[in-house]
Design a protein around this ligand. Structure first.
Ligand SMILES: C[S@@+](CC[C@H](N)C(=O)[O-])C[C@H]1O[C@@H](n2cnc3c(N)ncnc32)[C@H](O)[C@@H]1O
Length: 512
């Protein structure tokens, strides 16, 4: 009934099989943002702490069945010199998890007692956000603010809708977040004492993207990242749960001083036995000139090689006179204008399905998506001039080999006389202040963006399948002269060539 817990061989001091997931409906688990950590993974997470403490005062927020606290206790009993005391404050709102959590805390008590460590715990069966924000607000009847010298957490993962009670509470203490997990991390950063260590397993999504920018700014101003661990397989961390998020483990210290270096480690599914690790300068993790504060995580050899290959490119889209935007047509908001079949007088409407092998494959009358847009030309909020653009899909499926899939909008493939067209919102498009690109530059950009090296480069700062316009703005670009040469070399091929051929063609322009 419960997930089986395997004792770690190196820490075979206990066989308490108390962690696991209570049987719960998927919908209830989603509502609680609930994914439980297996004991081997919990032990691996606990192994991230490096600072020995005499008196541990730990917070486990969203403790579930207590797997993380138990793992930390298993680690702490091996600490030299042996600690004097271990206190944990565990927050959990799910009544089904509480019975398991109580058992785990009893097990932790036994274990500490056996090793001469004084154990105390406080189980708070209440909402961590409500309780902590109330304490931070320091209103007259507010609870006292309690601080900690260590935090271990696998917080709930769920979007926070604007205006929801948790969102409002966090906003009231100056925390601007769009997800429960970043709200938990922001609060923990405020509850930790100077130099305290925080170890967390969280989705990687906070590392890039505009929605998490306020969180990145706030968190990085309070916490110094010391170690980041990447799972090369998307489902590795929570193999028993239906988690498709890419997760990372982070260790950060409570200090406003940026670190000099950060350890970046990575593992496949077998996190417990083998992983690779590198020490990287902080300036490679968060680039000093990066206003977006992207947290870059070069883990694989390809990603490191890609960074080296593109190191000489310092061009930006503004240098090229280009911009990237998301397609203007949000189809569910323009329903009455969508036409399944394109007829004369409509405007072509381009969805991701209208591109194959880098080229326009429009219309698709038998396809599921509309092909036409029936609006007056005054609707410039929905239309763009029929010209040459590069489009990049915003979403790829996790099975797809490449994240960046770029295609050419060649207006000569559209019906004669087409003056305007619609680009649907699942596409990003490169344009020149709202106008089209010179064809040769567009071809050069097409080849560059589809280069495997650019894809690997992209992965070191984007761990999910979504390609935001901000991400595309963050790529380094070649000079105009190089793009023109590349465009000329690409020529008038009707489609992208095979990947190896394309890679060789592009690489020839970047190796001296
Ligand atoms: C991702 S699970 C992790 C559980 C446990 N830490 C582990 O690693 O196995 C997050 C937990 O947070 C709890 N939770 C969700 N919202 C909460 C809140 N506002 N306050 C306290 N706990 C919460 C959920 O019930 C769930 O047990």
């Amino acid at each position: 009934m419960f997930q089986k817990c395997l004792p770690m061989p190196s820490l075979a001091t206990t066989d308490f099989a108390v962690s696991g997931s209570p049987l719960k409906l998927e919908a209830d688990k989603r509502e609680l943002g609930q994914f439980f950590t297996s004991q081997p993974l919990a032990d691996f997470i606990a192994s991230f702490f490096v600072r020995p403490l005499q008196d541990w005062r730990v917070i486990d927020a969203g403790a579930g069945s207590g797997a993380l606290t138990l793992a930390l206790v298993r680690r702490v009993i091996t600490q030299q010199p042996r600690p004097v005391s271990f206190h944990v404050t565990a927050y959990e709102v799910d009544p089904d998890a509480l019975a398991l959590l109580r058992k785990t805390l009893t097990a932790c008590d036994h274990l500490c007692t056996q090793h001469g460590i004084a154990f105390t715990s406080e189980l708070r069966t209440e909402d961590f956000i409500a309780h902590t924000t109330a304490a931070l607000e320091q209103a007259f009847f507010a609870p006292a603010l309690r601080t900690f010298n260590a935090a271990i957490v696998n917080p709930p993962y769920r979007k926070l809708s604007i205006g929801s009670p948790s969102h409002q509470r966090l906003a009231a203490v100056g925390i601007e977040v769009t997800n429960l997990y970043s709200g938990f991390l922001s609060l923990l950063a405020r509850l930790l004492e100077a130099d305290a260590e925080l170890v967390a397993i969280v989705p990687r999504s906070f590392c890039n993207g505009p929605y998490f920018l306020p969180f990145r700014r706030d968190f990085l101003a309070r916490m110094a990242l010391r170690r980041l661990h990447v799972f090369e397989s998307r489902t590795a961390a929570f193999a028993n749960e239906a988690v498709l998020q890419e997760n990372i483990i982070l260790r950060a210290d409570r200090t406003s001083r940026s670190p000099d270096t950060v350890e970046v480690s990575s593992s496949r599914g077998d996190f417990a036995d083998s992983f690779r690790s590198r020490l990287l300068p902080w300036s490679e993790i968060v680039q000093p000139q990066d206003a977006q504060r992207f947290i870059r995580l070069p883990a694989s050899d390809q990603e490191h090689a890609a960074i080296a290959s593109l190191a000489g490119l310092s061009g930006t889209l503004p240098d090229l006179g280009l911009t990237v935007s998301t397609g203007k047509v949000v189809d569910f908001r323009a329903r009455e204008h969508l036409r399944a079949t394109f007829t004369s007088g409509d405007y072509p409407l381009l969805y991701p399905c209208h591109f194959e092998d880098g080229a326009l494959a429009w219309p698709k009358p038998a396809g599921k998506k509309p092909n036409g847009l029936a609006v007056p030309p005054s609707r410039t909020d929905l239309l763009v001039p029929a010209a040459t653009y590069i489009v990049v899909r915003r979403f790829s499926s996790k099975e797809e080999r490449k994240r960046i899939v770029a295609s050419l909008v060649d207006p000569s493939r559209l019906p004669a006389g087409t003056a305007w067209l619609g680009i649907e919102n699942h596409l990003n498009y490169f344009h020149a202040s709202g106008c089209g690109l010179p064809l040769v530059i567009a071809r050069g950009l097409l080849a560059y963006l589809n280069w495997s090296v650019v894809d690997s480069y992209f992965r070191h700062f984007n761990g999910h399948t979504q390609v935001n316009a901000t991400d595309l703005r963050s790529l380094p670009y070649p000079a105009v002269s190089t793009l023109i040469k590349l465009g000329e070399a690409f020529g008038d091929r009707p489609h992208l060539p095979a990947q190896t051929e394309l890679d060789a063609l592009v690489a020839a322009h970047f190796t001296s």
